[in-house]
Design a protein around this ligand. Structure first.
Ligand code: NDP
Length: 489
């Protein structure tokens, strides 16, 4: 019998097991089978990683920017060379179609590393000449050891989105990937050894959020925590990190509206709405999960969505033709199913999906997996729980609206404010509505276009602070004002 692969922590440049010798099972969600194990790390492992990162900080932060940047570019080169291997690993780990991993997740992870490697060479420092008697300038120093905690839905993309700016600006890092999807971070750790990263600069500790994640947040020598995940977890982290006065960036959940006005280009709006609902099985924080359509085009839109949903047939994620894979875990699938039941209880009509695919519709290899059909629900009001709570699965509702004010009020009427999508050909309306939507990002006539230079984050319960571009680099620094008196003889 083949031995089970055991993943390793990366601490001080060495691949090591958890100090306790304990392991957690790692499941392939498309089959339901345990296929590897990860270290069940605890406070002892976090302490060792923070010590290594602290020891590496002086040299790394003093290194010339061009040299730090070259390390990140070397890592990006290696990742690009191994794209197919990483895409395969991410597909097995997450259940997402391998075609999505190889065209989106892994290339975007490469882009994150390259972007921050380049951006750090172009940072500026503010300087002010104060009434002819002083010069003030801002010295930004890397804050020290950064704690980076990432979720399971876009595991490598979001992990690199955090570690790249931290490393580029001169922080050393202790990263804690999601225990559900540890494989690509583990592989990235191995690549840093090949890329010749100095020991202790990037440390990766696997394990559960409650044990390893919490120990990282609580560690007194980790002054900055960058977290992406659910709102409830973010609140728990804030309760610990807040009184310790740590720097905190929280990228949290969403319940994003997708608004279609009657003058929109309907085929385009439909093509984007279906992608926004079901890409990665609806497990993207930026997915559109509440679609509002102006009444005169509502029936046509619902019919168009149902027709297009047929293109999202669940299949083996490792098949390059598959567009729609498995949910990330049995537990998560159960949660999504409970929301479909709730939608029915709340009087919704299931227009399509709402159930597992028939077993014989799936290839034999994946019949034990966590599959659900793409689900479209109508007939619900905007205030019901189905339309208020984050489901984070292949479930979208569609609702009609009549006026701008009404749709604005309903679109903004949730505790979240991560992203919003707006479809119209009326330029005045586009500006008018976009400015009033409670969302950190508003996409007009598009979805998921990214410019890594812009600030990214959420309003209300969707987060705290902004990542992306200069803001991400600045987050990992402590700005210091230096004021020099100018003497006039
Ligand atoms: P979780 O909040 O469950 O977990 C996120 C990470 O935090 C994981 O690594 C987890 O570890 C860890 N964690 C859990 N509990 C603690 C704790 N007490 N202290 C420290 N770390 C902890 O999120 P999910 O992984 O389920 O991800 C889905 C959520 O992420 C959704 O709500 C989604 O909207 C949000 N998200 C937000 C994005 C944004 O940019 N705003 C982008 C992508 C996702 P473990 O896995 O071991 O539990």
């Amino acid at each position: 019998m083949a031995t089970m692969e055991q993943l390793a922590n990366l601490i001080n440049g060495q691949q090591v097991s958890a100090h306790s010798g304990k392991w957690l099972d790692n499941v392939e969600p498309a089959t339901g089978a345990v296929y590897s194990q990860i270290p069940h790390s605890d406070q002892t492992d976090i302490n060792a990683a923070v010590t290594a990162a602290n020891n590496a900080f002086a040299e790394w932060s003093a290194m010339p920017v061009a040299k730090r940047s070259a390390h990140l570019q070397a890592l990006a080169d290696l990742l690009e060379e191994n794209l197919e291997d990483f895409a395969h690993a991410e597909s097995i780990d997450t259940g997402k179609p391998v075609s999505l991993a190889r065209t989106v997740d892994i290339p975007r992870a490469v882009a994150n590393l390259r972007f921050f490697a380049a951006a750090v060479a172009h940072t500026q420092s503010d300087a002010y000449f104060t009434d002819n008697h002083a010069i003030n300038y801002t010295l930004r120093k890397p804050v020290g050891v950064a704690g980076c905690i990432s979720p399971w839905n876009l595991p490598l993309y979001l992990f690199t989105w955090k570690i790249a700016p931290a490393l580029a600006i001169g922080c050393t890092v202790v990263g804690k990937p999601s225990e559900i999807t540890p494989m690509t971070a583990h592989k990235l750790g191995a690549l840093t050894i090949d890329a010749g990263f100095p020991q202790g600069v990037l440390n990766i500790v696997h394990g559960s959020g409650a044990t390893a994640g919490a120990a990282l947040v609580e560690h007194p020598d980790v002054p900055a925590i960058s977290f992406t995940g659910g709102t409830v977890t973010g609140q728990a982290i804030a309760r610990t990190a807040g009184p310790m006065l740590k720097k905190l960036a929280l990228e949290l959940g969403g319940k994003n509206p997708f608004i279609v006005f009657e003058d929109a280009n309907m085929p385009e709006a439909l093509d984007h709405a279906i992608r926004a609902a079901f890409t990665n099985q609806g497990q993207i924080c930026l997915c559109g999960s509440r679609i509002f359509v102006q009444r005169s085009r509502y029936d046509e839109f619902v019919a168009g969505m149902i027709e297009r949903a047929q293109d999202f047939k669940p299949g083996d994620p490792l098949d390059h033709e598959t567009r729609f894979g498995s949910l990330v875990s049995a537990e998560h699938k159960q949660k999504v199913c409970s929301y479909i039941q709730l939608a029915k209880d709340e009087g919704g009509t299931i227009e399509c999906g709402g159930k597992e695919p028939d077993a014989d519709a799936l290839p034999p290899r994946v019949r034990g997996g966590c599959f659900l059909e793409p689900t479209i629900i109508t007939g619900l009001n905007a205030q019901c729980r189905t339309n208020q709570e984050e489901i984070f699965g292949p479930v979208t509702t569609i609702m009609p609206f009549d006026h701008e004010e009404e749709v604005l009020q309903r679109a903004n009427g949730t505790p979240y404010g991560l992203a919003a999508m707006l479809w119209t050909n009326d330029l005045d309306r586009a500006h008018r509505i976009a400015g009033q939507l409670d969302a950190g990002t508003v996409w007009v006539n598009c979805w998921l276009l990214r410019d890594l230079r812009v600030p990214f984050g959420g309003m209300k319960q969707s987060g705290l602070g902004r990542e992306g571009g200069t803001e991400a680099l600045h987050f990992f620094t402590e700005p210091k004002n230096i004021c020099i008196r100018v003497r006039h003889n």
